[in-house]
Design a protein around this ligand. Structure first.
Ligand code: PEP
Ligand code: MG
Length: 837
């Protein structure tokens, strides 16, 4: 029977596997293969460490014998992936009276005493988990041993194999601890992830001549720029150089003495070693080294820890230097990490005074003064004062206020509530579902149980990446989009095989999206064009119109405004497809809800307040999201869609002048029956004929359907008879499939996720089982009617890598997402097609 060896000496040809011995063991073998001066090292496999945790030790005598008598040892953890963590390193194992006496002769009594005390402390505190307090104050080895014995009622162990056994046992068990388990699972480690250990002969760093230890890297982890970083501590061990004030710089430095001053050859050798590692390990490494009487030893090397920006810069530089392929560079970047580059972030080093937490609905961070209404937000913006808009929830009325604010926080809502969707489009940090906040909009106060009351004007910081609301201002890190980012996007474009469109409602959105490069607009929500004060009044006139003629007159005045918006957008997109969704929200969203607003509207319309109030009342619905909105409004008040269709066609003619002909896409929202599509189509066709006749110009257009109700997905076969495309609006489709309000789900979402009812918020990560099945059914039935029908999603899931994978596997033509999610979507799409190849 083949048995796994207890341990394996790491030699160039030893059978060391990353998935059996861990990442560190494999990396050390690579360093040894490069002939770098690595001290003798032995690897313990995952199986061996598992056995140790269960009480079965390897053959300790032969393990110790591998290193020879009186050798001090270190043990380091070696998990499969560096991010999965592992127990901390233990140094100087094997220290006892005898070794201390020898060291005193060769290295001096002070050094020997220091090493011995350090080890006794580390053994007691880190290995046996005794209280650190007992070692407080200056201490000698004799005293340390005495304290140890007082506490444990046993003498400090002198047998190196016993010490090593205890260290191995403690590290093996630490891996099974709850915190360690949770931490690595948060990094994506499987439940049964193993731990390997490496035992290494110590290169002491303490002794005669130039002796000490240090850490060095040749690139900045923050920016990815070439830069020699690190410190060196004379007569020091491990990573102490990074903690000690009096550690030396590595190269000549105006701030103080450097290693280069005392050991230029060692610095040159480290630089050579680093170049070799970069080329052969195909990575920027951070090296832990020791000098013993001027001789260099390389103990360990890990990937340089890096920020999102650093990761992109390093990967692209490695590809540009032909160290790795472009494909590999792309695969090395986690798509979501790009979010950190696109937005200003809270400095990770900053102290956080967290007031409350909610759903991290839109990334980035901003500081400003608290305001409780959009009106005040606008006033603040006019004075150039940064502000943070806090509301129970937002509605269309707040869009202008959101434009004016630096960030938004809502007590209610979730990932696809109004505030979240708009904020992501605008690139504003946003927290939704902050349900521990107690808001009093009248008194203009905000309270969190047990904390002080905040008033309008108080300074707060919204961290939309973590979902935390912080007290006061904090240090920020600015976004950075350099050449490396552009290269990465270019490579992703070359690799991907699914189109990425953008959800863009305004010229500003299109500008943002164009900076990242997109294949078209997948969703232009036209209602957002009506909130400009001049247009809002006209909109209200239209809503209050007594008859069809009055309504037509109001719409007639809105027409040129819509036409101008569409013309601008078509021109900016230069022939790329633009999909415009016809009017979707319930009309009452355009009406004022408070007394002042009603009075102002009555004045503007020259109507009695009572009439205005009762008209508003009559438009109220118990459940507006399931009421008179979308295509239902289009069928009952058809003049609105007529106006929009005309604006689109006239704009298409205008934008086609001297350019590629624009083929507009018109999308009907909230469809649930084929007849709805027939009715709208016949009117849109009539408008098209009229515009052609009036202008003498010809044009083509595509009419499609937004699949947002389960019934539309189920009846996609007959709906497809009159639709050139089906675009799944997964926000509403998720809401309707679950019967779960996208505006209220924030209240219980975290409880649901915590208890495993939902694996994740289905408004963030697409529910591929339920909602996904409707997508597949709809796609299949639609394709049966028309094999060439264009398929896509345009809900917020369009920016989520897993949902993109789902749509790509289902053969969809494109996904469409908010402007700031485009880079994430592009990279995710590129990676998917690369992994297939
Ligand atoms: C949707 O429902 O998925 C969608 C994109 O439309 P909206 O978010 O505007 O309802
Ligand atoms: Mg919708």
């Amino acid at each position: 029977m083949l048995t796994t060896p207890d341990f394996t000496e790491i030699t160039p040809s030893a059978a060391i596997q990353k998935n059996q011995h861990g990442n560190r063991a494999k990396c050390l073998q690579r360093l040894i293969r490069l002939d770098l001066p690595v001290p003798l090292t032995v690897a313990l496999s995952f199986d061996t460490v598992r056995a140790i945790a269960e009480g079965k030790l390897p053959d300790m005598q032969s393990l110790i014998a591998t290193f020879g008598k009186d050798t001090l040892l270190s043990v380091r953890s070696s998990s499969e992936m560096p991010d999965w963590g592992g127990p901390g390193t233990v140094l100087n194992i094997g220290m006892n009276d005898e070794v201390a006496a020898q060291l005193a002769k060769t290295h001096g009594a002070m050094a020997a005493d220091q090493l011995y005390v350090n080890f006794i402390k580390c053994y007691a505190v880190d290995v046996l988990r005794l209280d650190a307090d007992m070692f407080d104050g200056p201490i000698t080895p004799r005293l340390a041993k005495q304290y140890f014995e007082d506490e444990t009622e046993e003498a400090f162990p002198q047998d190196p194999s016993l010490q090593l056994a205890e260290v191995l046992r403690s590290m093996a068990r630490a891996w099974d601890g709850t915190t360690a388990r949770l931490l690595r699972q948060a990094q994506g480690a499987p439940a049964d992830a193993g731990l390997g250990l490496v035992v290494q002969r110590m290169a002491l760093g303490i002794g005669q001549g130039v002796s000490g230890s240090g850490v060095i890297q040749f690139v900045s982890g923050e920016t990815g720029a070439p830069q020699i970083k690190g410190r060196y501590l004379a007569q020091g061990q491990g990573r102490a150089a990074l903690r000690e004030e009096d550690a030396l710089f590595i190269t000549k430095d105006a701030r103080g003495p450097s290693l280069e001053d005392v050991a230029p050859d060692a610095v040159a050798a480290l630089s050579e070693a680093s170049k070799l590692m970069r080329r052969r390990l195909r990575e920027e490494m951070q090296t832990e080294f020791t000098l013993m009487n001027g001789h260099l030893h390389i103990l360990d090397a890990v990937r340089v820890p890096r920020s999102a920006l650093g990761a992109v810069e390093i990967a692209v530089a490695l590809a540009n230097d032909d160290v790795i392929s472009r494909h590999e560079a792309m695969m090395r970047i986690a798509p979501f990490s790009l979010n950190q580059m696109l937005h200003r972030q809270v400095d990770p080093a900053t102290q956080r005074d967290v007031l409350t937490r909610g759903i991290a609905a839109a990334p980035g961070a901003a500081t400003g003064k608290l305001v409780f209404s959009s009106t005040v937000a606008n006033a603040m913006a006019a004075q150039g004062e940064p502000c943070i808009l806090v509301k129970r929830e937002t509605s269309s009325e707040d869009v202008r206020g959101m434009h004016a604010a630096q960030a938004v926080i809502t007590e209610r809502g979730g990932m696809t509530s109004h505030a979240a969707v708009i904020a992501r489009g605008l690139g504003l940090p946003c927290i939704t579902g902050a349900n521990q906040l107690v808001l009093d909009a009248r008194k203009k106060t905000l309270t969190v149980a047990g904390r002080r009351i905040f008033h309008e004007g108080d300074l707060v910081t919204v961290d939309g990446s973590s979902g935390e609301l912080l007290v006061g201002a904090v240090t920020m890190v600015e976004p950075a989009l350099g050449g490396a980012f552009a290269s990465l996007m270019e490579w992703a474009d070359e690799a991907r095989d699914i189109d990425i469109r953008v959800n863009a409602d305004t010229v500003e959105d299109v500008q943002t999206a164009e900076q990242f490069g997109v294949d078209g607009i997948g969703l232009c929500r036209t209602e957002h064009m009506f909130f400009d004060p001049a247009r809002l009044t006209l909109m209200r006139e239209m809503i209050f119109a007594e008859g069809s003629d009055d309504r037509a007159a109001a719409l007639e005045r809105l027409l040129p405004m819509q036409r101008a918006d569409f013309t601008d957008i078509f021109k900016m997109m230069r022939g790329k497809p633009v999909c415009i969704r016809l009017f979707d929200p319930p009309l009452h969203e355009f009406l004022p809800s408070d007394r002042d607003g009603i009075r102002a509207l009555a004045e503007a319309l020259d109507l009695p307040v009572s009439k205005v109030a009762s008209r508003i009342e009559s438009l109220q619905e118990y459940n507006p999201m399931l009421g008179m909105r979308g295509v239902r409004l289009g069928i009952t008040v058809p003049e609105i869609y007529d106006m929009q269709a005309r604006a689109i066609f006239e704009a298409a003619i205008e934008a086609s002048k001297g350019a590629e002909p624009v083929v507009p896409e018109i999308m009907i929202p909230l469809v649930s029956a084929a007849r709805e599509v027939e009715l709208v189509k016949s009117r849109v066709d009539q408008v098209a004929s009229a515009v052609k006749a009036e202008t003498g110009q010809s044009f083509t257009y595509r009419l499609g359907v937004m699949v947002e109700t389960p019934r539309a997905a189920l009846r996609a076969g007959e709906i497809a008879e009159n639709a050139a495309f089906l675009s799944f609006g997964t926000n509403d489709l998720t809401q309707m499939t679950y019967g779960l309000s996208r505006d209220d789900a924030g209240r219980f979402m975290s409880a649901y996720v915590q208890q495993g009812v939902f694996v994740e918020d289905p408004f963030t990560r697409m529910d591929t089982e339920g909602v996904g099945e409707l997508l597949l059914l709809g796609a299949e039935r639609g394709r049966k009617t028309d094999p060439n029908i264009t398929l896509s999603i345009c809900g917020e899931h369009g920016g989520d890598p897993d949902s993109i994978a789902f749509c790509r596997a289902a053969g969809f033509d494109y996904v469409s997402c908010s402007p700031f999610r485009v880079p994430v979507a592009k990279l995710a799409a590129g990676q998917l097609s690369l992994s297939d190849k």
